[in-house]
Design a protein around this ligand. Structure first.
Ligand code: NAD
Length: 718
């Protein structure tokens, strides 16, 4: 199949990049582009060229699967192709519709004219992968849109509607209709006027008297916002270099692009990009798996989670029943949902008419019989097995055959809930994160009896609700919360041994977390962990954990909601150090007979991150997660793990498992440590022995039984 279609329209050659689904500029496309350009050059009847993309989108950019592979280095490279288009003796007009991103926009910038549909979106998203636009984007864009706009676009990576840039020199025309037609008309008109010429952007001078000040300001802003990220700083350097002659600026851009390609930051972000795309793919649920209909939904419980989940459905245009125990609770639930929408209207993020339309889709009810025809029902009632089982008994009674029965439980046994019904194949977990209408992660919990078409339908629902969906088997806490428990446990041990909440939070924030564990505890409510520990104590009397956070809760210091937790909150949300907490910790240490020691930040970071890694390894080995990158996705999208570190498992692979294993053994020797906690998971031992990494582990399909089905020892990543 040709990657660039070539046709003639009178004296104009029309080249169409055709590489579904997004016309990415792969090596084949680059070669085909040059070939098409040569063909136009040799055709005496061709006076101009229109360059477009098939399927109403120009191009979403370079093929990033090639990054780091030999294909990326094989000639012709993108910058060579762009240089050839710019050097063409026959004028080239880019006809832009749909998306024109990254390398796609850089290619368009190498053309002599650009015509865009008003709703086409253009952008340079490379910074989001820890890179910079390395094929002339940082040099040509400022010459056309000015330094301030170029900096905004390059540093945000955002997609800007063409209509917003209509007044800049980026576009010759911004049109409502077909951009190819408009480009052909432009060629005809200019040709008749004798003014169809090869205007090369690289030959323009960048005139910006405030260049220095604009770049300094941008640098200050990015250093404050993302102090660890190198890519934004390098982008600014490049834009500044655009004031130099093009060849000089381009050489700087090239050098810095190559440098960024090797940074852990870019490798982590690129891993995260691919990990998100792989998440939700399950080997035994092929795309061809039949889906159940899903046009009507119901949510049981209109509290924090139920309200947010209902909003997800309403936003997707799906009529949704909301069921509560009594009228007052139902009214509270509806008011909460309306309140969230009203706040969005107030901020100008949602039109009033749209808000009203969505609220009309909400159907508040008190009786189960009203919801029987829903295609899916999600239970979000109190986290108590007896309450959940009573709800599922009702659902079993009223729901139509084939309806999916889902629970939003954070920790309870989905298999036990399924078994309580007469239709365990229809039961699964949909673990949303709070606030459910904002957080992107959806952990789908696959029970041991869950039917494949039920899971496939839930996966499709995840896409409809615009979630990043990861499949987890059944275990206490699933992927995310099971790991979090161990992370928090280590944070508490570190307090016992000598660190302060402030030091631990600061160390984790310097590592890249938006918030350290104690600020998170105060925000979410320290009673959540308290309740879990009470349950653990009852279930597993020998289970080891610090009682320090329980003592904090016993003082009523539940976090921001009580005005005090690990920190004081005299003015609402700003955490201030607490003398009372320092005294509590000192007292607790005395009780344990621990003389506090100075703990360095590296130990804090390694203990918290490797705690995640060790449990992550168990989760992978037990087949609870399908692949290690799914665990990364859970942590990146649900728990604020720094994106530029690629997730805990990728981070461990990048450090090297032998070093991680060594460090775990070192922690096991800590006199106040917990040697069983730090025993490296069997999977780590095996991978170290075979010289492999987490990324090489491919599991059989997640099936729901915790611990019963060991993962295949190793294999090729799916
Ligand atoms: P919540 O207390 O805010 O809301 C629970 C709601 O369920 C209340 O409005 C209550 O009136 C209603 N309810 C109780 N019993 C009911 C019944 N028999 N029938 C109908 N409605 C009933 O709780 P939440 O924070 O929304 O949590 C709900 C579920 O989601 C729990 O299983 C929880 O573990 C899980 N979850 C919570 C979070 C979180 O951060 N809050 C995150 C993920 C999952």
């Amino acid at each position: 199949m040709p990657h660039v279609d070539y046709a003639r329209d009178g004296a104009t050659a029309v080249m169409t990049i055709s590489n579904p689904p997004v016309n990415s500029i792969s090596h084949e496309v680059r070669s085909a582009l040059l070939h098409a350009l040569d063909r136009a050059a040799l055709d005496d009847e061709v006076q101009a060229v229109v360059l477009a993309g098939a399927g109403s989108l120009f191009s979403a950019g370079a093929d990033i699967r090639e990054f780091g592979t030999p294909a990326a280095r094989v000639a012709p490279q993108l910058r060579d192709v762009i240089a050839a288009f710019e050097a063409s003796a026959k004028p080239v007009i880019a006809a832009i519709g749909g998306l024109c991103l990254g390398g796609g926009l850089e290619l368009a910038l190498g053309c002599h004219y650009r015509v865009a549909r008003a709703d086409a979106r253009v952008g340079l998203p490379e910074v989001l992968l820890g890179l910079l636009p390395g094929a002339g984007g940082t040099q040509r864009l400022p010459r056309l849109v000015g330094v301030a706009t170029a900096l905004n676009m390059i540093l945000s990576g955002e997609r800007v509607p063409a209509r917003d840039l209509a007044k800049t020199a980026l576009f010759e025309r911004v049109v409502e209709g077909d951009p190819v037609r408009a480009a052909l008309e432009l060629a005809g008109t200019l040709s008749k006027q004798g003014s169809l010429v090869t205007r090369r952007v690289s030959e323009l001078a960048l005139v910006e008297p405030n260049l220095e000040a604009l770049c300094d300001f941008a640098l200050m802003t990015v250093k404050a916002r993302t102090p660890l990220a190198l890519a934004p700083q390098r982008c600014i350097e490049c834009v500044k270099a655009a004031a130099k002659p093009f060849a000089e600026g381009s050489a700087i851009e090239r050098r810095l692009f190559v440098e960024l390609m090797q940074t852990p930051e870019s490798m982590g972000l690129r891993h995260a990009f691919f990990a998100e795309r792989a998440a939700g793919k399950v080997a035994d649920i092929p795309d061809s798996t039949p889906l159940r209909p899903l046009t009507k939904a119901a949510v049981i419980g209109g509290g924090t989670m139920g309200g947010g989940i209902a909003i997800c459905f309403l936003n997707a245009g799906i009529p949704t029943w909301l069921l509560e125990t009594d009228q007052a609770a139902l009214d509270r639930g509806v008011t909460r949902i309306a309140g969230i929408y009203d706040a969005q209207v107030k901020k100008g993020k949602l039109a009033q008419a749209e808000r009203d339309q969505r609220m009309r889709l909400l159907l508040p009810v008190l009786k189960y019989d009203a919801i029987g025809s829903a295609d899916i029902v999600i239970e979000a009632v109190f986290e108590r097995m007896d309450v959940k089982l009573a709800v599922f008994a009702e659902l079993d009674r009223v729901m139509k055959p084939g309806a999916i029965l889902a629970t939003n439980t954070s920790t309870l046994d989905v298999n036990a809930i399924a078994r309580s019904t007469k239709r365990p194949a229809d039961v699964l977990g949909t673990h949303f994160f709070s606030p459910a209408n904002i957080m992107r992660l959806l952990e789908l919990v696959r029970g041991s009896a869950t039917a494949k078409d039920a899971l496939a339908t839930a996966l499709a629902l995840g896409k409809t609700l615009r979630k990043v969906t990861v499949v987890s088997g059944v275990c206490d806490g699933f992927i995310g919360n099971r790991m979090l428990e161990h992370y928090t446990k280590q944070a508490n041990y570190l307090l016992e041994e000598g660190a302060s909440p402030r030091q631990i939070d600061a160390a984790m924030e310097a590592f890249g977390f938006a918030m350290g564990p104690f600020k998170v505890g105060d925000l979410a409510g320290n009673d959540i962990g308290w309740n879990i520990r009470k349950r653990r104590r009852a279930e597993k009397p020998g289970y080891r954990f610090s009682t320090l956070p329980d003592k904090l809760c016993e003082l009523g210091r539940l976090g921001q909601k009580t005005g005090a937790g690990w920190y004081e909150y005299p003015d609402g949300r700003k955490p201030l150090p607490s003398k009372a907490v320092d005294d509590l910790i000192a007292d607790h240490r005395r009780g344990l007979g621990i003389t506090p020691r100075k703990i360095d930040d590296a130990e804090i970071v390694d203990r918290l991150v490797y705690a995640l890694v060790n449990v992550g390894a168990h989760i992978l080995d037990e087949g609870i997660a399908v692949r290690s990158s799914d665990i990364d996705v859970v942590y990146l999208t649900g728990y604020g793990f720094p994106a530029m570190r690629g997730g805990p498992m990728f981070h461990a692979d990048a450090i090297g498992l032998p070093l991680v294993q060594r460090r775990m053994r070192e922690f096991a020797r800590n006199p106040h440590g917990d040697p069983s906690f730090w025993k490296p998971a069997a999977l780590i031992e095996r991978l170290v022995a075979s010289g492999e990494s987490f990324a090489t582990v491919a599991n059989a399909p997640a099936a729901g039984d915790s611990g019963k089905r060991p993962a295949e020892k190793k294999g090729v990543a799916a």
